[in-house]
Structures are given as structure tokens and as C-alpha cells.
Design a protein around this ligand. Structure first.
Ligand SMILES: [Zn+2]
Length: 245
């Protein structure tokens, strides 16, 4: 099987469509690692587009906030604006879709999918190797896919005690072999990358060759910014898309 591994779409249908168009024919199923909505101007379109494909998805913190499963006061002012705006936009059907998303999924017996971390699926950010290393104890499978930080990264478990290895996938030709070592893999964000590269980020996992590849694709950032301006989104939320932060 070939999986399109995506995360943190955040209501950005333009970025999602750029990913789907570019990856067309290269995957059989989508794995979505949470935060389909929040921040961006097209929450309904993103949920509906996902539903056009065979996919497995889990809940993220923004999905939960929109459903009032999390206190919106936990969010900064701009994120809170987006949560409240999204609440007003979502159709009952799309709300129900988000409400049914599980916190984690195990696929093919060897892949755990969570949004933040296996230890705290909704909230924890795996931003440092030390945190990644602690999290290897909290899932049973050899591999775990996470999102939430909006930056692509791979952590390989330390063989003995110590700190795990951090691999930052930098190039288009990056290929990670899945073999001996346990890995935590973050494919980056589709709709709001934060690693200084404005292009949408996604991964392709091939379970025949056991290879994970990371890809970036440019999308029409200005079109999304205009739509956000037309809906009175705070400038900080649309400005950041151009910088990949
Ligand atoms: Zn997110």
C-alpha cells in the first residue's frame, strides 16, 4: 500500500488541493494526522475533500476546540478567533465528522497515528529529541506518525540509553528507510508550515518498499490570504502563510 501522510490542513483547501493534485496516482489511501480545521478560511471544503478519498483520520487540538471539547481560552487570541469563526461556519454534517474522529489509530499493526504525541495525543508538542525519546515508551508499534508542530522531522529511537537521533528531511529527494530502528515521523503541515518554507508539506509512505519520502509543493498563498482578509481574519494569521511560520 501507498499512503499519503498529511497533517494540519487547518482549513486551507488551496494547499490541500495542491498536495492532492501533485500526489495524484502516487497513493492508495490518506492518513490525516489531525487539525483539519482552525486557522484557515475553508473548513467545510477541507472536511468534504478528505471524504472524497479513502482515508483514516484522527482528532487534533483545533478540531476539539471547534467542538468545544477543549477550552478555547487555552488558545492565543488569533487562534481563538479562528476557532470561533470556524464554529460558525461548520455544517452539522462536518461537525459530526470531526466529532467522530478517534484520538489514535493503529494501521497495518505497525503504524500508530496520533496528532501531538503518543503520550498526550491532543496537546503535547514533540519539538525536542528528549521529548521524542520519552515518547517511544508510550506506543507499542515500531513506527508512530505525529503532526501538531507543523515542521517535518524524524526521530530515531536511541539504541541504548541516551538521546534519539534527529533527522531533518531537507531535500525533495529525501528517503527514509523503515527497517531496524523505531521511528517517530512528522510529515509537516499542509496548510500552515512553520519551518520557514511556505510550501505545503506532505509525505508518501510505501509499505512495499518500506520507504517514507517527504515532499513540498507551492500553492497560491495570495489567494488564501485574500479570502482570509475578506473574512476579517487577524493580519497575523494570513501574513504568516507567506513566510512559512
Ligand atoms: Zn495544528
Amino acid at each position: 500500500m501507498r499512503y499519503l501522510v498529511i497533517s494540519d490542513i487547518h482549513g486551507n483547501i488551496t494547499a490541500l488541493d495542491a498536495v492532492l493534485d501533485t500526489a495524484e496516482g502516487q497513493f492508495d489511501k490518506i492518513w490525516c494526522l489531525g487539525d483539519v480545521v482552525g486557522y484557515g478560511p475553508s473548513p467545510n471544503e477541507c472536511v468534504e475533500r478528505l471524504n472524497e478519498y479513502e482515508h483514516a483520520a484522527i482528532a487534533g487540538n483545533h478540531d476539539w476546540a471547534v467542538l468545544d471539547k477543549l477550552d478555547v481560552d487555552e488558545f492565543n487570541l488569533n487562534a481563538r478567533f479562528a476557532v470561533l469563526w470556524t464554529q460558525n461556519q461548520l455544517t452539522a454534517e462536518n461537525r459530526a465528522y470531526l466529532d467522530n474522529l478517534p484520538l489514535y489509530i493503529i494501521e497495518e499493526d505497525i503504524f500508530t497515528l496520533v496528532h501531538g504525541s503518543p503520550r498526550h495525543p491532543i496537546w503535547e508538542y514533540i519539538l525536542y529529541p528528549k521529548v521524542a525519546q520519552l515518547n517511544f515508551k508510550h506506543f507499542e508499534t515500531p513506527y508512530c506518525f505525529v503532526g501538531h508542530t507543523h515542521s517535518p522531522v524524524i526521530y530515531a529511537e536511541a539504541q541504548t540509553s541516551g538521546i534519539c537521533e534527529t533527522i531533518i528531511p531537507e531535500t525533495e529527494t529525501f528517503v527514509q528507510k523503515l527497517n531496524a530502528r523505531r521511528l517517530i515521523i512528522n510529515p509537516g503541515s499542509v496548510g500552515q508550515p512553520r519551518d520557514g518554507d511556505a510550501r505545503a508539506s506532505y509525505g508518501i509512505l510505501n509499505t512495499n518498499s518500506m520507504e517514507f519520502t517527504l515532499h513540498r509543493v507551492a500553492y497560491d498563498v495570495e489567494a488564501v490570504q485574500k479570502l482570509m482578509q475578506a473574512n476579517d481574519f487577524p493580519a497575523k494569521l494570513w501574513n504568516r502563510l507567506a513566510f512559512g511560520y
